[in-house]
Design a binder for this molecule. Structure first.
Ligand code: PLP
Length: 454
């Protein structure tokens, strides 16, 4: 059980004041005005957090899939404080540099799959994907192929909400009402082995490859800059493609001079039991985007890794002309270095594999429940797909939100869901006892779910 610091629980009057001020002054992502309740988090230790009423929760989402080393690590707090006391911030524009950014670039490119030798720093995932998309187009421009501007992406993908990253995201909610998206984006069908009915009787990889080949022919291979995708889809439901999907896609893209971008904003830094999920799917992309787990979320940061050839081309004689104010922020880099040291020292990749496997075994009997269609697992990334009808695999009419809410209210378990699947991404420090707590809570709530979603 976690030991929380004394004195952090403020009492009901303060909570009421915060909730009133929250409703009056804050804009939340994805929260209708009609909803008046709030959960005000005040502290965290390990896999658990507490709200302002003192209620304890198991954080099975690692906030938003990022707190790899767990909450409340004093070592990270000390690293941030020490760096802030020495040099809180500096930039990387032109020939300015700083020791922490250099050390982190070395560390990341040493950890990365062979061939990814250069790093560009951002403050988050959407920023990373913006850089990746621009890098891909700029690479072709510098190579004398400026007409290579098209980006291939996939339906149901989430890549963030910047202009480019939002445009390549495949979910309608990020497009409707926001005006024209970035031009020259095409969404392909995402591979989802559980929904084989969506592939018209064809083998899933075969269908996706045929569609990719036809799309390349239609747009013209010499007009396409890159394809972006997550090696294992996270927000999409912890969906791993068939094992031959990425190797065959990568081979086809390479043969046409199209770059491959892996969005590893969620999957990197141990989530799937590897430093990078590129290892999980046995493909090294040309550009690999990371964020979240790079600092375990203790401070915003991200890194885009790429090849020497690509870096040398986009920098060239005049330099890569774009960057952010916070590119290479030394305090963020110092936090990342300490976070990576903890992941390595505590063997958290190994723990993600072992505890993820244990959790999958514990959850396997859930498959017998009427509402559970599929359970997927890669390391400590799990998805439970809920269905109204096992035969047709139709989703619950209510989506997964009421189930997630029941888990939170009745069992003190925090996790998120997309319309079809509950998403489980706990801290990588999770032990078996905590995995049992999660499995028991899921069992008792999912056993009550009716086909109409109640
Ligand atoms: N890519 C993926 C796969 C994500 O899951 C997310 C966020 O959840 C993003 C990109 C966007 O990252 P950020 O919210 O840090 O901009």
């Amino acid at each position: 059980m976690p030991v929380f610091p004394a004195g952090a629980i403020p009492g009901p009057e303060q909570t009421d004041r915060w909730i009133r001020a929250d409703r009056a002054r804050l804009i939340h992502p994805n929260l209708p005005d009609s909803r008046t309740d709030r959960t005000v988090m005040v502290e965290g230790r390990g896999c658990h957090v507490r709200d302002s009423s003192g209620k304890r929760y198991l954080d099975a989402a690692a906030v938003l899939g990022m707190v790899q080393v767990g909450h409340g690590r004093d070592e990270i707090v000390a690293a941030a404080a020490a760096q802030m006391a020495r040099l809180e911030c500096f930039h990387l524009w032109e020939n300015m540099s700083n020791d922490q950014a250099i050390e982190l670039a070395v560390r990341l490119t040493d950890l990365a799959p062979p061939g990814l030798e250069r790093a560009f720093f951002t403050s988050g995932g959407a920023e990373g994907n913006e850089i990746a998309l621009r890098m891909a187009r700029y690479f072709h421009h510098r190579r004398g192929r400026p007409e290579r501007t098209w980006i291939l992406s996939r339906t149901s993908a989430y890549h963030g909400i910047g202009y480019g990253s939002g445009s390549v995201s495949g979910l309608p909610v990020y497009h409707e009402g926001f005006g024209p998206p970035m031009p020259h984006v095409h969404h392909l069908t995402a591979p989802d082995p559980y929904h084989r009915e969506a592939y018209g009787g064809e083998d899933v990889t075969g269908f996706c490859l045929r569609e990719l080949r036809e799309t390349i022919e239609r747009i013209g291979p010499d007009r396409i800059a890159a394809m972006i995708g997550e090696p294992v889809m996270s927000v999409g439901g912890a969906v791993a493609p068939p094992t031959d999907y990425w190797p065959r896609v990568a081979e086809l893209l390479r043969s046409q001079g199209i770059l491959l971008i892996f969005d590893e904003v969620v999957t990197a830094y141990g989530r799937t039991g590897h430093w990078f999920a590129a290892e999980h799917v046995a493909v090294t992309p040309d550009i690999l985007v990371t964020a979240k787990g790079i600092t375990s979320g203790y401070i915003p940061h991200g890194a885009v890794l790429t090849t020497e050839e690509l870096a040398a081309t986009v920098t060239g004689s005049t330099g890569f002309p774009i960057g952010f104010t916070y590119t290479g922020h030394p305090t963020a880099c110092a936090v990342a270095l300490t976070n990576l040291a903890i992941i390595e020292r505590e063997n958290l990749l190994d723990n993600a594999m072992k505890t993820g496997g244990y959790l999958a075994d514990r959850l396997a009997p859930l498959r017998d429940l009427p509402a559970v269609g599929d359970i997927r697992q890669a390391g400590l990334m799990l998805g439970i797909e809920l269905v109204a009808d096992k035969a047709t695999r139709t989703p619950l009419p209510t989506g997964t939100a009421p189930v997630a809410q029941a888990l939170r209210e009745d069992k003190g378990i925090i996790l998120r869901g997309n319309p079809r699947s509950l998403l489980i991404n706990p801290p990588l420090v999770m032990d078996r006892g905590t995995a049992d707590e999660l499995a028991d809570g899921l069992f008792s709530v999912l056993a009550r779910v009716e086909p109409d979603g109640r």
